[in-house]
Write a protein that binds this ligand. Structure first.
Ligand code: ADP
Ligand code: MG
Length: 628
């Protein structure tokens, strides 16, 4: 320590010298974080001041605690000032001359030899006060402690030494004067640029932040307030602030304060509309992550799973140091803990809504259900809870229904949960596979979105009941209940021989296109239908998959024929005469074509056109023979 006139000279600790060297040679991209660090120090100093005023009694001096940032282009100085607690001479030496605090230490120890020049990591560490030397080739700290009458002036060029001397007439608090490096003067004295930096990192600082006199952080950090004291209006405002969706109000919000296992506060918002539905592509997913109200990360995607990506919001934790180390950010346990709590709370909220506010829930589900149900396939832990939240159409229910509700309506003896998938409700309703279910009053869920089927086949079972598509061979047809059927089943298909002949002729003409031709038990009116041989997926889903994957193999189909349908009865009657056999074979072809068409699968168009033409020809000849 040397003394010249009134100024004393000190030497930095060896590690600081090393750090300062790195910082002053750092890359452009990280420089703005120096501002974040200095603002955060100012905010800490104000917190301490407020705390002291509160604990030591007295009313303070009535001065409003605030942070000011003032650029001075001519002097090439950027000043960051606060009227907080300030520092005594000893504190100056201790705080700004040694490396006691964690951020910088962690940074240095992490920076392996070969990484010494890779200073791009600085942004992820936060090296605190010393980052000032990324912007300035000389830093002055003018400070007066709230405990003292005299102030001090600390100064350094970021090389080996710093000096301290007494300074008169200083207001309480600290001013950091950055004598900007010549190539940075333009950038870091430009108000717009500074505004952008401050908005990025320091929007939620709990004290007024003024840039050249303009109050920037007008959005108060409402998540730290108790819920009971907040009005909808304040939540709405905050929502608009976060999402920039001016004039929009959120559907619902959740305000959480968790103490265990990890202390954090959070507000989550569910927006009004799902932009993905409008074809905007996948929403960016993530929440703002703050540590004591300083933004650590925008859109932190580790806090929520993808299937909750429609939520907006913020998580603030005091347990997370501002200078979160790269390790901490990669250390999934912290995030995993927060994520777990958030998921639980969101699912609790949705489950409550589903029972308590049905209309709101259905409305929400129609908008965001498609995203939510992705979780069934991806989040194994939450499968049970999510499977109760998915909703489906059912002809028995207005609106939508859940699997729980379906099961509660199942009559005794029904072993499976049935669904059918199709392009829209009208097409589904025409599916001949439904006939036997309709006749026996058995409920079938109508799925208009193939994703719903993926969800259900992923679940496989619900409440111990197998979930099956009714057009699969796995579906057990509902048993006859006496009340639902008036005509006895034996009355049907008298002409067994004729019908067998029809099946045989059908096999001759279409046998190579399908796995099997057989008598159907599931039809009442329609002449025929198609059933999937291996029971995994409905035709609808297979269709979607075959569009997406060229080499996707559609499952083999069974062609089922209804002996009681008028057309088949007639064919059975005429099948005794070999002259009619070609006609019956052709009928088989056309029936297969129309069954495929009904499912939205295009048969060979030119072949089919020819067949129809031949039929018309035959018909015309038959007619003309009657007339003449
Ligand atoms: P950290 O903030 O992690 O402690 P910093 O390098 O940012 O590390 O700051 C070192 C210390 O210097 C702080 O802990 C604080 O005691 C002191 N300090 C820095 N800036 C101010 C300020 N504006 N007012 C009062 N004390 C400050
Ligand atoms: Mg700091």
């Amino acid at each position: 320590m040397t003394t010249t006139q009134n100024s004393e000279q000190f030497t930095f600790q060896a590690e600081i010298k090393q750090l300062l060297h790195l910082l002053s040679h750092s890359l452009y991209q990280n420089r703005e974080i120096a501002i974040r660090e200095l603002v955060s120090n100012a905010s800490d100093a104000l917190d301490k001041m407020r705390f002291r005023t509160l604990t030591e009694g007295g009313s303070g001096d009535g001065m409003e605690l605030e942070i000011s940032i003032d650029p001075d282009t001519e002097a090439k100085v950027l000043t960051i000032a606060d009227n907080g607690i300030g520092m005594t001479k000893n504190e100056l030496i201790e705080n700004l001359g040694t490396i006691a605090h964690s951020g910088s230490k962690a940074f240095l120890s992490q920076l392996g030899q070969e990484e010494k020049n890779n200073v791009s990591l600085i942004g992820q560490f936060g090296v605190g006060f010393y980052s000032a030397f990324m912007l300035a080739d000389r830093v002055e700290v003018l400070t007066r402690s709230s405990q003292e009458e005299t102030g001090w002036r600390w100064e350094s060029e970021g090389t080996g030494q710093f000096t301290i001397e007494a300074a008169e007439d200083l207001p309480r608090g600290t001013q950091i004067r950055l004598h900007l490096k010549s190539d940075l003067v333009d950038e870091f004295t430009r108000v717009e640029r500074l505004k952008h930096i401050l908005r990025t990192y320091s929007t939620f600082v709990a004290h007024p932040l003024k840039l050249a006199g303009e109050h920037l952080n007008t959005q108060p950090p409402i998540w730290v307030e108790p819920k009971a004291q907040l009005k909808d209006e304040q939540y709405n405002q905050f929502y608009q602030f976060l999402t920039h969706r001016v004039g929009e109000t959120p559907r619902w919000h959740l305000h959480l304060a968790s103490e265990t296992p990890f202390e954090f506060k959070s507000i989550l918002f569910c927006p009004e509309s799902n932009f993905e539905k409008l074809g905007f592509g996948k929403t960016d997913h993530g929440l703002h992550l703050c540590a004591k109200r300083i933004l650590v990360q925008n859109d932190c995607d580790k806090l929520l799973p993808e299937w909750l990506r429609f939520l907006h919001g913020l998580v603030d934790s005091a347990d997370l140091p501002l200078n979160v180390s790269r390790e901490a950010l990669q250390d999934n346990t912290v995030f995993r803990k927060i994520r777990k709590v958030l998921i639980k709370k969101v699912l609790d909220e949705l489950a409550e809504m589903q029972t308590e506010k049905r209309d709101a829930y259905l409305d929400f589900y129609r908008e965001f259900g498609a995203i939510l149900r992705e979780g069934i396939a991806t989040e194994f832990d939450q499968r049970d809870r999510l499977s109760k939240l998915v909703m489906f159409h059912s002809p028995k229910i207005e609106g939508l229904t859940s699997l729980d509700e379906y099961v509660s309506r199942m009559p005794e003896g029904q072993e499976q949960i049935y669904y059918i998938c199709g392009q829209n409700l009208a097409t589904i309703a025409r599916n001949p596979n439904l006939e036997i279910f309709r006749k026996r009053e058995t409920e079938v869920l109508y799925l208009t979105d193939p994703v719903d089927e993926i969800v259900l086949s992923n679940l496989g079972k619900f409440a111990e009941k197998q979930i099956v598509s009714i057009d699969s061979a796995d579906a057990k047809l509902p048993a006859r209940s006496d009340s639902s059927e008036t005509q006895p089943e034996e009355e049907v298909s008298k002409n067994v021989e004729g019908f067998e002949k029809v099946l045989e002729l059908f096999r001759e003409s279409i046998g190579d296109k399908i796995a099997e031709v057989r008598k159907s038990d599931r039809l009442t009116d329609s002449p025929c239908c198609l059933v999937n041989k291996d029971g995994r997926m409905s035709t609808q889903l297979q269709k979607v998959l075959s569009l997406q994957h060229e080499d996707f193999q559609m499952s083999e189909r069974i062609f089922e024929v209804n002996p009681d349908a008028a057309l088949i009865k007639r064919l059975s009657e005429i099948s005794g005469n070999p002259e009619n056999h070609e006609f019956i074979r052709n009928s088989g072809q056309l029936l297969l074509d129309q069954a495929l068409l009904q499912e939205g699968i295009a048969p060979d168009g030119s072949e089919m056109a020819m067949r129809i033409m031949n039929f018309m020809q035959e018909l015309a000849e038959a007619k003309s023979s009657i007339i003449t």
